[in-house]
Design a binder for this molecule. Structure first.
Ligand SMILES: Nc1ncnc2c1ncn2[C@@H]1O[C@H](COP(=O)(O)OP(=O)(O)OP(=O)(O)O)[C@@H](O)[C@H]1O
Length: 208
């Protein structure tokens, strides 16, 4: 792999964790997975979004910061490759949807203090999936608190990611998940490995 640190991103249920795990195994890379199951506010948030959004977002930010900071301390900066299944900015993107304006502005201030301290990935692989496919994946994996996520929420998540990608020229490999299946089609996975050998300019590149 040409890159030292790649992150897999995408909407809820896009398949980030599965792909990140598979790539890390293939490259013998350090794997960083989001520990959402430890967030005591997640199930409460889905039941009562307005009441629990702020502690939920704070918890996510604190946990991700801790995880990424620990990774910086333990990794051999020259030898290790890293694959993660989230980008730190994700906290801020979700917060834009889940928080009120005042809360978001406070959250943004905290984010701006913390973010510069973290190592940023060299490449983001973005798994783009249509909402019916996300809903299908969410149903299949059957986490009880996620079973009533409205299409409108998934659509807002999609929109904030797209806005972020448009406005920030991060090196991004955009994958249309309706056309490829990295898990079940070995040829697709091989083509992804080839794509990860290439050097990209900052901005969006489409995985064909
Ligand atoms: N900042 C956040 N604010 C609100 N909810 C969040 C936030 N980050 C994660 N979540 C929720 O936590 C759960 C797990 O998130 P995430 O999208 O990272 O994993 P996932 O859906 O299991 O990913 P994938 O299926 O692509 O591997 C989802 O219900 C998601 O909406």
């Amino acid at each position: 792999m040409h890159y030292k640190f790649i992150t897999i991103e995408g909407n809820i249920g896009a398949g980030k964790t599965t792909l990140a795990s598979r790539l890390a195994k293939h490259y013998g890379a350090k794997l960083i997975l989001e520990e959402f199951a430890d967030n005591p506010f997640l199930a409460k948030f889905y039941a009562r979004p307005q009441q629990y959004a702020f502690p939920l977002e704070l918890f996510f930010m604190a946990e991700r910061y801790k995880q990424l900071k620990e990774m910086l301390q333990t990794k051999d900066l020259f030898a290790d490759k890293i694959v993660s299944d989230y980008l730190f900015i994700k906290s801020l993107l979700f917060a834009k949807i889940t928080l009120s304006e005042d809360e978001y502005s406070l959250y943004n201030k905290l984010f701006d203090i913390i973010n510069p301290q973290l190592l940023q990935p060299d490449l983001m692989v973005f798994l783009n999936a249509p909402i019916p496919k996300l809903q299908e994946n969410i149903k299949r994996r059957d986490r009880s608190y996620e079973q009533n996520i409205p299409d409108a929420y998934l659509s807002s998540v999609h929109d904030v990611y797209m806005q972020y990608i448009r406005q920030h020229p991060m090196r991004t490999l955009m994958v249309d998940t309706t056309k490829v299946d990295f898990m079940h089609n070995p040829d697709d996975f091989e083509r992804l490995l080839d794509a990860l050998e290439r050097e990209y300019t900052p901005g969006v590149h489409y995985f064909e």
